[in-house]
Design a binder for this molecule. Structure first.
Ligand code: BES
Ligand code: MN
Ligand code: ZN
Length: 494
């Protein structure tokens, strides 16, 4: 699917297309809707009157097929919410909703009308359509043609094409990064194992990123016994990927660290069969970091940023780590393994320590599908935010509001450290069921060496099935890419 911006007065409607116009709450017609109503001699108003449950709320649509007086095959009225304060996320949702409504109709062109809107909002509409059009179909070989989206181009109709195109440039880079992140998360685990994952990140050097890949021998030399213990039961070698984007002069870098468990069986503490296939997306945190680095490079952000991906496969086999094992992390702290399924924190322990040790960053943010407990706490719309730093937390929460990728701050009470005390090592890797996401975060905190740090537990938000959000098709969300890009853009560019 392509995106084009077309001037409001360009005239000609495509005869193989659909036109989407907004109707605000209480049936208030947008400028474009009014024009369409005139052109169809009142057909739009009649259609709305015949659909009494259409009130202009987001999510509602009314469609007129083959409207007399217009060239297009379909005229789509889309509920756009209150006219007051329209823009930004409602612009995105309008176009995403329109795309969803006609994508299987057979129409090849979708015209999304935004006359009178600010150029930024026309751009946001284009961005919404782009996010809605994501699809992971590379392994579908016998899909029925009528299940394939027919829309080839979305034309956003706007007053000022040049201004809308300029406003869209950074959003286009963001959409491409979200696609990249969603692709990684969607790939099956037999295809995307650590070395293949690292290869795909290496390809990002074409964007101007620097990418280094550390193998098991190099990690062993660094003393990463915690990360390596997790991958020890897999025939696939573990990898640590270091991505650098240097465009911030001599400013101190900011750093992002992601959990990249390409498949989590639980190891010897094996998971039940039911739903285990979901654990292919246990690398969602690392995919968010990869997506962030992609967009920073794509839009040439003025910042020095580090992305670190800890890539392992957690498998049970004759050489796998056991409950009861004690490993030594790069920090020197020893860890008693109680449950081999609490593997993400073991990967992050060494990745975080390495990050602060090598780069002395201004702060570190880690992202991880870390605990099932965060889904019990917050459900699927909020990721858990844990942090030792109020400024960083506030910046993340502000970006969460602006980007729509929502966070909720959770506590890090020192007293709960009691739950992860071990009899024979410095710490143990599980703290029991009470406050399971909190003790996981407290474990991570032991490996940040006092650096300002935030941990985002995205176990509930990395994947949506079913999705109720038009900009997120069922499946991989790419959660974190928009959020972190927003924070960097708003607070950390020089
Ligand atoms: N990857 C899982 C967490 C997870 C669960 C993510 C469900 C998404 C959906 C993680 O590695 C894990 O297994 N955590 C355990 C920790 C426990 C053993 C202390 C959990 O949450 O049950
Ligand atoms: Mn696990
Ligand atoms: Zn896991």
């Amino acid at each position: 699917m392509r995106i084009e911006f077309v001037a409001s007065d360009a005239g000609k409607s495509p005869s193989d297309g659909a036109a989407a116009v907004m109707v605000f709450e209480n049936g208030h017609l947008s400028t474009a809707a009014e024009a369409m109503d005139k052109a169809t001699s009142g057909a739009l108003a009649r259609a709305l009157a015949a659909a009494p449950r259409f009130t202009g709320k987001p999510g509602q649509t009314v469609e007129i097929v083959a409207p007399a007086g217009l060239d297009v095959q379909r005229l789509l009225a889309v509920g756009a919410g209150p006219a007051d304060g329209w823009g930004g996320d409602t612009a995105e949702r309008f176009a995403a909703q329109a795309y969803g409504a006609v994508k299987l109709s057979g129409a090849k062109v979708l015209q999304v009308f935004t006359p009178g809107a600010r150029a930024e909002d026309s751009a946001r509409a284009a961005f919404g359509a782009a996010l809605a059009a994501y699809r992971f179909d590379k392994y579908l070989t016998t899909e029925k043609p009528e299940k394939k989206p027919s829309i080839e181009v979305v034309q956003v109709i706007t007053d000022d094409v040049a201004a809308a195109e300029a406003a869209f440039a950074p959003l286009k880079a963001l959409a491409e990064a979200v696609y990249f992140s969603r692709d990684l998360v969607s790939e099956p685990p037999n295809v995307l194992f650590p070395a293949e994952y690292a290869r795909r990140i290496k390809d990002l050097e074409s964007l101007g990123l620097e990418v280094e890949v550390l193998g098991e021998a190099e990690m062993a030399k660094l003393g990463m016994g915690s990360l390596l213990g997790v991958g020890q039961g897999s025939i696939r070698d573990s990898q640590l990927v270091v991505i650098q984007w240097k465009n911030g002069g001599d400013s101190q870098p900011i750093a992002f660290v992601g959990k990249g468990v390409t498949f989590d069986t639980g190891g010897i503490s094996i998971k039940p069969a039911d739903g285990m296939e979901d654990m292919k997306w246990d690398m969602g945190g690392s995919a968010a970091v990869a997506g962030l680095m992609h967009v920073l490079a794509g839009r040439k952000a003025k910042v020095n940023a580090i992305g670190i991906l800890g890539l392992v496969e957690n498998m049970p086999d004759g050489n796998a780590q056991r409950p009861g094992d004690v490993v030594t992390s790069m920090s020197g702290q020893t860890i008693e393994i109680i449950n081999t399924d609490a593997e993400g924190r073991l990967v992050l322990a060494d990745a975080l320590w390495y990050c602060q040790d090598r780069f002395k960053p201004r702060f570190m943010v880690d992202l991880a599908t870390l605990t099932g407990a965060i889904i019990i706490s917050l459900g699927n719309d909020y990721a858990g935010l844990f942090s030792n730093d109020d400024t960083l937390s506030e910046n993340l929460l502000a970006a969460s509001k602006a980007s729509g990728e929502t966070l909720w701050r959770m506590p890090l009470p020192d007293a709960y450290n009691k739950q992860i005390e071990s009899m024979i090592a410095d710490v143990k890797n599980t703290g029991g069921r009470p406050g399971g996401s909190i003790t996981a975060a407290l474990f991570l905190q032991k490996f940040v060496n006092g650096v300002p740090w935030a941990h985002l537990d995205i176990a509930g938000t990395a994947w949506k099935k079913p999705s109720t959000v038009p900009t997120i098709p069922d499946g991989a969300v790419g959660f974190g890419v928009r959020l972190l890009n927003q924070m960097v853009a708003d607070k950390y560019e020089v």
